[in-house]
Design a protein around this ligand. Structure first.
Ligand SMILES: [Zn+2]
Ligand SMILES: [Zn+2]
Length: 457
């Protein structure tokens, strides 16, 4: 199409410029049209072409093109391509307008979304501050100790021991402690910590990180993520230590089936933790010291059984660490003698070796030394406190200790007057250590320490 008001010369050039042969290719090259420096400029300034064979992808009208190169892009070499992705001028304009509107709308939505996020973050910050302030108001546990949850009570004793060793510091959140947590089972820890929290013995620490709180969508309420928050003990440390002594006393002396069940539950947890600790040490040796993989999945249960057998035969945790060290050492030596054996076989062989060494020691009554686990070995955080608690509980029920105690009968019970009702009752004795007469002074002091013992009052 040539503009009707174009100069005659421009009309002539345009006609030559756009002429096509029968096959649809250009009739002549641009250079051959004339000597004028800008033939293309003159032609496209006064004309355009309509590609009758190339319909618009949207409305099927033929597409306008402004110059030859654009014509070839749309219509191909023979100007006949059915270009499915090209639009006519009108449709392009509509398409561009729609695209611009769409982008504007999207930008607006992003702005609204950012504003919503900002408000939400502000609201969360304000609510977290309020919640922490509310937690700070918790000074003393409101109710009695959760006596029906012996493992939570035991964990409380371990937490107070930790707080005593780290005064002024928050109790770390589960995520920051690592996979072994307090008891070697992070899911169990979570339940026990929540039980202590709802009993008012723990509160959320102000050190809890922001990601430990989430905002509910609908209402102005936040909840905390129990694995992320850090904790603090409610009340003064002195009062908490006193409470931990009372917990120990309850676990030691609680009578009846509930008391027995509580002690059995704690002893079972202790067994699991000790076994997991030895298995963890053996795996640590294999991976850290020898560069082998851990004991293969298929033999883990067998490993747990072997370790349990060792404990059942009376070997101490230190002796079990020694067995594990020797087992890994033998497995490594066996691998050296058998070059075809790889690291996974050696890791697996350590279980066989451990079993053999324990059996042999039982049979031949070998004296086994106690090894201390090296620094790299990470035990569950509560393990040491639990060992003390376990030994405190067992001592009270130990027949040898009962036999040597002058304050109680053969069953470890003694006549006690109830401090409130004044009624006489038989109560379990904690067998306080008697000092020889010449150390009377110390005996008096030790009696003062026992003041927490309600049965002594
Ligand atoms: Zn169109
Ligand atoms: Zn006694």
């Amino acid at each position: 199409m040539i503009k009707h008001d174009a100069p005659e010369d421009a009309q002539r050039i345009s006609a030559l410029y756009w002429e096509v042969k029968d096959d649809g290719t250009w009739a002549r090259t641009v250079a051959s049209i004339g000597v004028t420096s800008d033939i293309g400029g003159v032609a496209t300034g006064h004309s355009h072409a309509v590609l009758l064979n190339c319909p618009c992808a949207n409305c099927s009208e033929p597409i306008d093109v402004a110059n030859r190169s654009w014509a070839n892009r749309v219509g191909g070499k023979y100007l006949d391509a059915e270009a499915p992705s090209y639009l006519c001028r009108d449709c392009s304009a509509i398409h561009e307008r729609e695209e611009a509107e769409r982008q504007q709308h999207a930008a607006e939505q992003r702005r609204v979304e950012r504003e919503r996020e900002r408000r939400k973050a502000e609201r969360l910050k304000r609510l977290v501050a309020e919640a922490i302030e509310g937690e700070a108001g918790k000074t003393e546990p409101p109710g009695p100790l959760p006596a029906d949850d012996p493992l939570a009570l035991a964990l409380y004793v371990a937490l107070i021991s930790y707080a005593t060793r780290n005064p002024g510091r928050a109790l770390p959140g589960l995520t920051s402690i690592g996979p072994l947590g307090w008891t070697g089972d992070a899911e169990q820890d979570r339940g026990l910590l929540l039980a202590l929290y709802y009993a008012g013995l723990l509160a959320l620490a102000p050190e809890s990180p922001p990601q430990a709180f989430t905002l509910s969508q609908e209402s102005d309420e936040i909840s905390f993520v129990s694995t992320e928050v850090s904790w603090r003990v409610t009340g003064s440390l002195t009062a908490a230590q006193e409470r931990a002594r009372k917990v120990t006393y309850v676990l030691q002396t609680r009578p009846g089936p509930q008391g027995a069940a509580a002690r059995a539950a704690f002893a079972a947890l202790m067994d699991r933790m000790e076994a997991a600790d030895v298995a963890g040490y053996l795996n640590g040796l294999l991976t850290k010291q020898y560069g082998y993989p851990e004991v293969p999945e298929a033999r883990r249960e067998e490993l747990a059984d072997v370790i349990r057998k060792g404990f059942e035969h009376g070997y101490t945790p230190g002796q079990m660490i020694c067995f594990a060290w020797r087992a890994a050492d033998s497995a490594a030596a066996w691998k050296e003698r058998n070059p075809r054996m790889g690291p996974p076989e050696a890791a697996s062989a350590s279980v066989t070796s451990l079993n053999g060494k324990i059996d042999k020691a039982i049979e031949l009554r070998h004296a086994i030394p106690e090894y201390e686990a090296p620094r790299w070995h990470k035990a569950p955080l509560a393990l040491n406190s639990f060992r003390r608690l376990h030994s405190d509980i067992r001592r009270v029920h130990d027949s040898g200790v009962i036999g040597a105690c002058t304050r109680c009968d053969v069953n470890g019970l003694k006549e006690t007057v109830h401090p409130e009702t004044g009624a006489g009752a038989l109560w379990r004795c904690t067998h306080p250590i008697e000092f020889p007469a010449q150390e009377q002074q110390e005996t008096e002091e030790s009696r003062t320490d026992e003041a927490s013992d309600p049965a002594e009052a």
